[in-house]
Design a protein around this ligand. Structure first.
Ligand SMILES: NC(=O)c1ccc[n+]([C@@H]2O[C@H](COP(=O)([O-])OP(=O)(O)OC[C@H]3O[C@@H](n4cnc5c(N)ncnc54)[C@H](OP(=O)(O)O)[C@@H]3O)[C@@H](O)[C@H]2O)c1
Length: 249
């Protein structure tokens, strides 16, 4: 039996990495899925991989109006929203002395403001018993050098999720966060590090993960599937670390 039969999911940033792997798995498990992204070419490539029962919507995750339009198009196509996966996010690591207002705003607009208002706008279309899952990060609970802005955005998202576990209780909507450790995705190439800088960062991660490796997008997607499914019906408000043990040691 499919675990998401009859469900409709909206996944932000679904053209790449964790979002794309989750979209593919959700469709395999019987869901209808809408993905958003900011690049049409990447969305088209993703749609070719996801296959049927999916739509793509060009939408900047930091824009309230674009997210509102994405919600509208999802509901027009599939009639409702059961699962909201707030996955789109950016990460650039710098010491505080190098952080500009632009860097700060870009991170908070994409990683916090966009998800916040997407939840607000989606709520009228969400069924009782729905789920909202935010993609946070192990960084949001630790003090890794260079992550001040990124970590603060993820901690904010985690806080939001916890508050909403109470606020949305009357609708039986579960709100949770998934906090990946280092996962092999394009997010690192988007940081525009030199090969040397990347190697240093990679080794620092590996030294801190008891399992001694990066996670895969499929490992994160499987966890998101579990959290979104009825198998997790008594799990609410948590931030679930999926990080090879990194946050625990
Ligand atoms: N990979 C890790 O190690 C790791 C660890 C902890 C948490 N996370 C979180 O996981 C989430 C997914 O990241 P990922 O690792 O899968 O990286 P990714 O492959 O770069 O995926 C990020 C997705 O978000 C999209 N996105 C970013 N800014 C956007 C914007 N303004 N408008 C629309 N779409 C936007 C990206 O679009 P483009 O392709 O156009 O950039 C992409 O589709 C992020 O929230 C990240 O913080 C990742």
């Amino acid at each position: 039996m499919n675990r998401l039969d009859g469900k409709v999911a909206l996944i932000t940033g679904g053209n790449s990495g964790i979002g794309l792997a989750t979209a593919r798995l959700f469709v395999q498990q019987g869901a209808k899925v809408a993905i958003t992204g900011r690049r049409q070419v990447a969305l088209d490539e993703a749609m070719a991989l996801i296959g049927e029962n999916a739509i793509s919507i060009l939408a900047d995750a930091s824009s309230i109006s674009a997210n509102k339009e994405a919600i509208k198009q999802t509901v027009e196509a599939f009639g409702k929203i059961d699962i909201l996966f707030l996955n789109a996010g950016i990460a650039k690591f710098l010491p505080i002395s190098h952080i500009s207002e632009e860097h700060f705003d870009e991170h908070f607009n994409t990683n916090v403001k966009g998800p916040f208002f997407t939840i607000k706008e989606a709520l009228p279309y969400m069924n009782d018993g729905g789920t909202i899952i935010s993609n946070t990060s192990v960084a949001g609970g630790k003090g890794y050098v260079g992550t001040s802005v990124y970590a603060a955005t993820k901690a904010a998202l985690r806080s939001l999720s916890r508050v909403l576990a109470n606020e949305l209780a009357a609708k039986n909507i579960r709100t949770m966060s998934i906090a990946p450790g280092p996962v092999t995705t394009a997010i690192f190439s988007k940081m525009k590090l030199s090969n040397e800088e990347f190697d240093v960062m990679e080794q620092q991660f590996l030294d801190q993960v008891p399992l001694g490796r990066f996670g895969s997008c499929d490992e994160i997607a499987e966890t998101v599937l579990f959290m979104a499914s009825d198998a997790a019906s008594y799990i609410n408000g948590i931030e679930l670390n999926v990080d090879g043990g990194m946050s625990q040691v």
